[in-house]
Design a protein around this ligand. Sequence first.
Ligand SMILES: *Cc1c(COP(=O)(O)O)cnc(C)c1O
Length: 362
Amino acid sequence: MEYEKLPYVNVGYSNTPLEFLPNLTKEIGKGNIYIKRDDMTGLAMGGNKTRKLDYLVEYALKNGYTALLTYGGVQTNHGRLTVAAARKFGLRPILVLTGAKPDYCSGNLLLDRLMDADLIFLDTSSLENLPEAEKKQATEEFMRKSKEKIFARYAAQGEKVLDIPVGGSSSLGAMGYVHAAGEIVRQMKEQNIQARYLVAGYGSTGTFSGLVAGAKYYNAPFEVIGIPISPDYHPQEEAAAFIESFSQEYELGVHCKPEEIHIEAGPAEAPYYGVAYNTPDPITQQYIALLARTEGIFTDPCYTGKVLYGMVDLMRRGVIGADENVILLHTGGTPALWSKEHLDDMQKQFWCDDRKITVLKP
Ligand SMILES: *Cc1c(COP(=O)(O)O)cnc(C)c1O
């Protein structure tokens, strides 16, 4: 079906603000820096996944599904927003989380509990000590069997469960970011903003790929740069093939070659993705503090904090030219600031002796 004719619901708000960041721009001293606030999509503290869910929820409702099931890490933002969307539209929310059940409930997980989602932890810790090849096989088998078991369980309860992939990055979900690209192009015209680059996170790639295709479809004046948020990021070929496939499925009429996929992973000694997926790291924390201190805007430790580091570093190193303007896509995720592992780690940098902290006693 043609993209323009695809129906969608409004899971969250669109037309999020596109704004100039005067203080960060002054601090970096090059080009103009803008921010697209997709952390402000409203529902359940907002984030990029609501735009994908606009299309996915419409599909679920139209086709008689009674439940939404999706996957992710224990602190998945996509999970939190899928649960919220399910609640808003009267569907049953089910999260399949890879990892052991933590002893302490924090961040997104607490929000999932407040929304009373079904939580299923796939805990493979007992396979940890197997030899690598054996472990891989046993893990795959466990995942496959668990999935069968879970779907059988809900079918027996009379539920029709929509199986939403990690990050909501199906072809249909990616349409949310084709749409967002059109919105950004329109806002730039309305506000007379010129920008050479749009910098966005590169995770399950629905956001990035949707933006790249949308930029072509709407003749955007900017190029999209993807910042990987994990060391084992999807190769360029996969993103290009994904774009080719959904462009055909939804008749976008755009094409994409692997060499058009612009990814910047940063210097080998300090890559933008930090240590590992959702692992606290001091550099990302410094950049979170930079935007907080200059503009009073919070980014998150798993995604946008890393993208911010990447964007500023590319400007400092001249990969983004001194007179070129850039838009940072804020994709949300701020509840992760209060996940236990990040809270614990941030004590080191932000809860130390500091002349800004005064204690008065009688
Ligand atoms: C999921 C997510 C991303 C990455 O989007 P993908 O479409 O998975 O690449 C970026 N930022 C936040 C906060 C997210 O939750």
